[in-house]
Design a protein around this ligand. Structure first.
Ligand code: M6R
Length: 608
């Protein structure tokens, strides 16, 4: 992960680098650092922890210079302390890096054998020494970078600043994203265009293997084969604003509350409300009628959205769906049939494992459809068709509104597929569309349970372990509930298919383990309730999330029953996501955790 930024400018850059790093903190926040050239000499400031520590340091020890690089880190090699913070320097250069150099150990041994002295435990420092070494052998900076990059295995985006060279900044990418920004007499490098939004909206995306050689007024690109290359520049619309919390205490709370609005916006993109049918603007590249199979690949919460969608595609369109977490899919050499479609789901569009799965599937002849929230992301750019989620920037590390927008899009696409394949008639399509259209209002209703959830959170905060159960589309919701709770409250939580409980996990049940049962009154409700009875019989303390009918029919003692509005069970996951998110949020807040930036996590996971 990590965020990198570089500015070759005509006025002091340190404040602007910090500003860009603020926008990149979603990539990691273990430590931060910045280096600039002052009178041709590299000066740096680094700090452990979040960006505010670096800001405090810069207040005490300001940094001048009109050219510089900056970094916000998510530790991979070496503890998150100041010594391991980027930039890493030699007497010739400073470098910031996003990615992992897989063969760093071997390179480090070789460099140490040649006399290099390492300061940190990072993989990045080998890049600094390799370039330095090549320069000592007489190569100029561009030739040195070009020569050493083929020796690196793994993924990287780099920004490199050279001692005595106020006219030169070099960027390079392979596997990790890097964008070049064009300003007025200034040029920029950034992990994404959003980081550069306050400075410019004119962006050039580098291709795999590209090296970018920047001066204040020019950009030269050298491709992987060593040839001069042209890449198109484009005006992008990220908006220079930084998302604000408004009246909310945390971004996560704001994003939970935004859901009725963003889901309404998203569904309006896919539904012709007057006709009661679904649309797929930009979906010309996808021919649903010819598909033999759909493969869905994603990570974390996006994977759970895909897992819900499997039920929808199979039910509405009768297409077999295979789904796997991207980190497994990409390495298991999965056979892929002709006429297959891969759907990748990603909020950031930069998740390394998901991107690698996409490339594997594309290389194996699959049509790629991405459900993404960032339309300029690598995943979006490498897909044959894009189905955007219109959730707006999601800042909280825990995914909330992106998830419900992913579900909304996937539901609409499953209807599309069903109609195209002749598996849904107009009446059924109309009924499904109207169920989808009812979701935003029902979300507003569901939000009214928040005061009860806040009270319940006090109880949950005492638990060491929490189980979540669900059947059918509520099973992925149980998995999502458990993920959400553990990632922000650090309480151990597991989600299970309710019917699977008796095959092992039931051994965990006693009065100290709250069991959260997700059970709208649907066709599997009674089965779920039987499993809930089994929990109750063993002294388990149950929290039931259901609707009025379900609450009346359950007949089991609970410590709390959260009554959701009546919702067509087919869209229940989109509405039931809200209490699940609010439970995690309020529990974590009650426990005093850093809800928006939980420990060890980052918003965008660009390493394997
Ligand atoms: O950006 P992506 O949707 O590809 O990210 C996938 C996961 O890293 C992400 O959903 C993660 O699981 C969230 N922190 C969960 O809240």
């Amino acid at each position: 992960m990590c965020g990198i930024v570089g500015i070759i400018g005509n006025r002091v850059v340190s404040g602007r680098i910090v500003d860009a790093l603020k926008r990149l903190e979603y990539r990691g926040y273990d430590s931060t650092g910045i280096a600039t050239l002052i009178d041709g000499r590299i000066e740096r400031r680094r700090a452990e922890g979040k960006l505010r520590s670096l800001e405090a340091r810069l207040e005490r020890e300001p940094l001048d210079g009109v050219i510089g690089i900056g970094h916000t880190r998510w530790a991979t090699h070496g503890r998150p302390n100041e010594t391991n913070a980027h930039p890493h320097v030699t007497d010739r250069l400073a470098v910031v890096h996003n990615g992992i150099i897989e063969n760093f150990r071997q390179l480090r041994d070789e460099l140490e054998g040649a006399g290099a002295r390492f300061e940190s435990d990072t993989d990045t420092e080998v890049v600094a020494h390799l370039i330095s070494h090549a320069m000592s052998a007489g190569l100029d900076p561009v030739a040195a970078v070009t020569t050493i990059l083929p020796r690196l295995r793994g993924a990287f985006a780099l920004a490199i600043l050279f001692q005595g060279r106020g006219d030169l900044l070099i960027g390079a990418r392979r596997g990790s994203p890097l964008a070049v920004g064009h300003g007025e007499g200034e040029m920029f490098l950034g992990s994404d265009a959003l980081a550069l939004a306050p400075f410019t909206d004119m962006i050039t995306y580098l291709d795999e293997g590209d090296i970018a050689v920047l001066s204040q007024t020019s950009l030269r690109i050298i491709d992987e084969a060593g040839s001069e290359a042209e890449r198109p520049s484009q005006q992008i619309q990220t908006g220079a604003f930084m998302a604000e919390k408004g009246n909310f205490r945390h971004f996560m709370a704001k994003e939970i509350h935004e859901q009725p609005e963003v889901v309404a916006r998203t569904l309006a993109h896919y539904v012709d409300m007057a006709e009661g049918v679904t649309n797929f603007p930009g979906g010309e590249g996808v021919d649903w009628t010819k598909l033999s199979r759909i493969t869905i690949s994603a990570c974390g919460t996006a994977f759970y959205a895909g897992l819900v969608a499997k039920y929808w595609f199979e039910r509405f369109a009768r297409i077999p769906v295979e789904i796997d977490v991207a980190s497994e899919f990409r390495y298991r050499d999965a056979p892929l049939e002709e006429n297959g479609l891969m759907i990748v789901v990603s909020q950031s569009g930069e998740t390394a494992d998901t991107l690698a799965s996409l490339r594997y599937a594309r290389d194996n002849g699959q049509t790629i459809l991405s459900v993404v929230n960032v339309p300029t992301s690598s995943i979006a750019r490498e897909s044959h068709a894009i189905a955007p989620t219109l959730a707006g920037p999601e800042i909280g590390v825990a995914s909330t509104k992106a998830f419900t927008c992913q579900l909304t899009v996937l539901f609409a696409l499953a209807i599309q597929a069903g109609r195209a394949r002749g598996k849904l008639d107009a009446a059924r399509e109309g009924a499904l569309v109207s169920a989808l259209m009812s979701v935003p209002a029902l979300m507003n209703e569901a939000m009214k349970r928040e005061p009860e959830i806040e009270r319940l959170a006090r109880e949950l905060s005492k638990a060491r372990d929490v189980l979540y159960l669900g059947r059918g589309t509520s099973y992925p919701m149980a998995l999502e509930g458990a993920l959400k709770l553990k990632e922000i409250s650090y309480i151990h939580a597991e989600g299970y298919a309710a019917g699977e409980l008796k095959h092992g996990p039931i051994a965990l049940i006693d009065e100290s383990v709250p069991v959260i049962v997700v059970a709208p009154h649907d066709e599997v409700f009674e089965k779920t309730i039987s499993n809930m009875q089994e929990v109750a019989a063993r002294g388990g303390r149950i929290i039931l999330i259901t609707d009025a009918k379900g609450a009346a029919a359950a007949g089991v003692e609970t410590i709390a029953t959260l009554v959701m509005p009546d919702v067509d069970p087919v869209v229940a996951p989109i509405v039931y996501a809200l209490p699940i998110q609010m439970i995690a949020y309020h529990t974590a807040v009650f426990m005093g955790k850093d809800v928006d930036q939980p420990r060890n996590l980052a918003k965008s996971v660009t390493v394997e």
